[in-house]
Design a protein around this ligand. Structure first.
Ligand SMILES: Cc1cc2nc3c(=O)[nH]c(=O)nc-3n(C[C@H](O)[C@H](O)[C@H](O)COP(=O)(O)OP(=O)(O)OC[C@H]3O[C@@H](n4cnc5c(N)ncnc54)[C@H](O)[C@@H]3O)c2cc1C
Length: 460
């Protein structure tokens, strides 16, 4: 039997093969693929992961690393009789050094648990997004996760001080040893970050914390026109200490309000687009200063309405609208684009994209939202209720070339933060040159000579 030998280093309760488990662990948030793993295994230590990789090399078995399975690119999907390696049982925070301001964690620690741990220590872990209650630190590293605070704090990459990785060669590598300065050759830590489980299995990591920001001031504003987005952005960026700058459209708001009866329409004005703007307060007249920026945007008619949150509950509700968009549309199995361009290109890109989408999808519902302050937009085309997810996935691919040609024209990326996985691999060449892809394949061949680590992800 194909799984022979696993019992040499894993106990019975660390191996699952039931249909329900295959279905559950063989997929992520992309619902277009039918899971077809042969088993799910639950290692508890780096040593067990090492044994697993050695076993996979010997038996030529493909392994699919699996975190919280909140991925949106099919990176953790197992559809070709792979063995899924779940990090669920490696969920311990191992140590904390206040002097270094670094926590050592196992890969399966849930993102929000680490955020809460940082708070308990009087510190802050700023990688933050709607899936934080389920996603794992290992998954965040493997996807170089972004989220709603990138504008101020950067990506997951900026918070990984060191990590332990088991490569596809069957070697354990300790990368960086928590050094702030380390100019001794290539930094393989950064090569592993964002590699989507194709080069190594992250088993542990040291995560940096930072000072908790002062109380935030949160605005929700109604945009007069999409073209004014970056005018408002520049006004706030240049005159305040921005923590977040998010966009969503009226359709997104309608879906969230339909799904969440506890939330209500936040502004009387109905606008095509809304911006959620969070700013760190600084000193006594902070609110006055920030309000004057908002008022100047109103005077210039970039905005038609807006509110400054007056309580923690109101802030929670305003954030809940933004954070629930993906979930509120999930039943319509959206075809998602997660694209980015540099800040100076956002306005012309948005205009062009709007034209393209209206032409290609005249009768479809298209939900716009995203981290526009980072030049990152999520465009979700909703599945018509008459189509199955599989039919819709096939039919939607025809639009990719059109949208991604625009992305390429503006020097952008076909995957801003969700990763390439299965879904974007055909379009990697819209963002990466032939030379880059060929270097990536050579790196993959070095770290994974038997092609056992997440084969078929990022590229074939
Ligand atoms: C509602 C919602 C909102 C989201 N918002 C954002 C957002 O704002 N920003 C953002 O960046 N993403 C966002 N995502 C996408 C997703 O949450 C992130 O990509 C997250 O980092 C994935 O973590 P995970 O543990 O769920 O990984 P999984 O989905 O389990 O896996 C993702 C990839 O990492 C690999 N992997 C997992 N664990 C390991 C490991 N230990 N070692 C090696 N490889 C591993 C998998 O094989 C796969 O390729 C969102 C998702 C949802 C559902």
């Amino acid at each position: 039997m194909a799984l022979t030998g696993l019992d040499q280093f894993l106990k019975d309760d660390q191996i699952l093969t039931g249909d329900a488990d295959i279905k559950n662990y063989g997929r992520d948030w992309t619902k277009f693929f039918t899971p077809n793993a042969q088993a799910i295994v639950f290692p508890k230590s780096t040593e067990e992961v090492l044994e697993l990789v050695k076993w996979a090399r010997t038996t030529k078995t493909a392994l699919v690393p699996s975190g919280g399975r909140t991925g949106l690119s099919g990176g953790a999907v197992a559809i070709q009789r792979e063995v899924v390696v779940s990090f669920e049982k490696m969920n311990k925070i191992l140590s904390y050094s206040d002097e270094d301001r670094i926590a050592r964690v196992q890969a399966g620690v849930v993102t929000e648990d680490l955020q809460n741990f940082a708070f308990e220590k009087g510190q802050y872990f700023p990688v933050d997004f709607a899936a934080k209650g389920s996603s794992h630190i290992g998954g965040n590293i493997a996807t170089n996760a972004g989220g709603v605070k990138v504008i101020r704090y950067g990506l997951m990459r900026d918070w990984v001080s060191s990590m332990t990785v088991v490569t596809g060669r069957g070697e354990v590598m300790e990368l960086n040893n928590d050094l702030i300065k380390n100019a001794s050759g290539y930094d393989l830590r950064h090569l592993m970050i964002g590699s989507e489980g194709t080069l190594g299995l992250v088993t542990e990591a040291s995560i940096k914390f930072t000072r908790k920001p002062n109380d935030p001031l949160l605005f929700l504003v109604a945009l007069n026109h999409l073209d004014n987005t970056m005018d408002v952005f520049k006004a706030f960026r240049d005159q305040t200490n921005l923590l977040a700058f998010e966009i969503y459209d009226e359709l997104a708001l309608q879906y969230v309000l339909k799904a969440q009866s506890n939330l209500s329409r936040p502004l009387e004005t109905v606008a095509p687009f809304y911006l959620l703007i969070e700013v760190e307060s600084e000193g006594d007249n902070s609110e006055e200063k920030v309000l004057s920026v908002f008022e100047s945007c109103l005077e210039k008619e970039w905005l038609t309405d807006g509110i400054l949150s007056q309580s923690d509950q109101q802030s929670k509700d305003l954030w809940a609208i933004r954070e629930n968009i993906t979930e509120a549309c999930a039943h319509r199995t959206p075809y998602k684009n997660d694209v980015s361009v540099k800040i100076s290109q956002v306005t012309p890109f948005l205009k062009d994209l709007d034209i393209v989408l209206k032409k290609e999808y005249p009768s479809s519902e298209v939900v716009w939202f995203g981290h526009v302050g980072d030049g990152n937009l999520h465009i979700s085309i909703l599945r018509p209720e008459t189509m199955t997810p599989e039919e819709f996935y096939k039919s939607s691919q025809s639009i990719d070339d059109v949208v991604f040609s625009k992305v390429k024209e503006y020097g952008g990326s076909v995957s801003a933060e969700h990763g390439v996985g299965i879904i974007k691999k055909k379009h990697l060449n819209y963002t990466r040159s032939e030379a880059e892809i060929s270097a990536m394949k050579a790196i993959k061949a070095f770290f994974d000579p038997d092609q056992i680590l997440n084969p078929g992800k990022i590229f074939d």
